[in-house]
Design a protein around this ligand. Sequence first.
Ligand code: SF4
Ligand code: SF4
Length: 82
Amino acid sequence: MNIPEIDKDKCIGCEACVDACLRDGLEVVDNVATFVGEDCTWCGNCEAACPTGAITCPYDVIYDTSDECGCGHDHDHDHDHE
Ligand code: SF4
Ligand code: SF4
């Protein structure tokens, strides 16, 4: 699962991201925003709400040029059917 990146050095513990998260995914723990949820929709609300730019939802652009589908499963399973 993707979760937002939180720069602990930039975070001032203002809880703006906590309020912004529609999924209750964030809490401030020891004055630092921490992802505590199970379900981040990558909506970017927390990134938009943060006054210091401490929290970001970076996108990885991956060009997959292989023939694999990229699902991470082994397609060569040898199933024994009776
Ligand atoms: S991207 Fe959206 S769902 Fe995920 S932690 Fe930030 S506000 Fe919450
Ligand atoms: S909005 Fe930014 S500064 Fe405020 S608690 Fe969240 S990550 Fe930290």
